[in-house]
Design a protein around this ligand. Sequence first.
Ligand SMILES: *Cc1c(COP(=O)(O)O)cnc(C)c1O
Length: 236
Amino acid sequence: MDVSSHVSMVQSKIAAAAIAAGRSPQEITLCAATKVQSDETIRQAIAAGISVCGENRVQELTAHLAANAYEGAREVHFIGHLQTNKVKQVVGKVDLIQSVDSPHLLQAIHTQADKLDIVQDILFEVNIAGESSKSGCSPELLPQLVQQAAQLPHVRVRGLMAIPPISSAPGANRRYFAQMRQLFIDITQKMSDNQGVMDCLSMGMSADYEDAIAEGATLVRVGTALFGPRPPIGPR
Ligand SMILES: *Cc1c(COP(=O)(O)O)cnc(C)c1O
């Protein structure tokens, strides 16, 4: 698998999708979903132009940080399900936690950020298709989380993230992406000025990032299209 040529290919597809949607390619950030990849593969991706890496698992994040595998990347994000007992290993170690989905987790992140005296950037993860197997808050819970975050000076809400169903057919997720875009607009309007900068709508993966861009994604999380198929992994 030649990571470098895949990075170029995905970057040009992103640019083409942006232009087709009347958007500037600069509006869209490519976040490489690096789960199960080695330090070496991550370094290759960064050398090929990847500037944002997204990690799913705390253990892998910690190991890659210790090995300095992200050197040269502009940002590292946490994109996986985060348990409250592991926030210490993530808060302050990543630029953005994309997967905040409960009042409890939000509070735990704030407590740790307070201890470190930093402001942690976060996204709220929304379970837009209402799948019982998925993490993410319901769209109905979102206003409550936003309200809670407004009281927490050590977190800054940057936007929303969603993982819709694995695409069965081309275009199948467009309606979910459109719903996310509307939710993003609604929530942004509800937020007070001092509450954050709502500049990130994270949606779209290897199978559907072009559709997500057509519907307004500002960040796409791509794994397979950059690194090839992953070996099957157990439940998290
Ligand atoms: C693995 C993963 C991705 C990337 O998935 P691909 O289909 O391999 O592109 C994106 N987002 C999250 C949260 C992931 O866990």
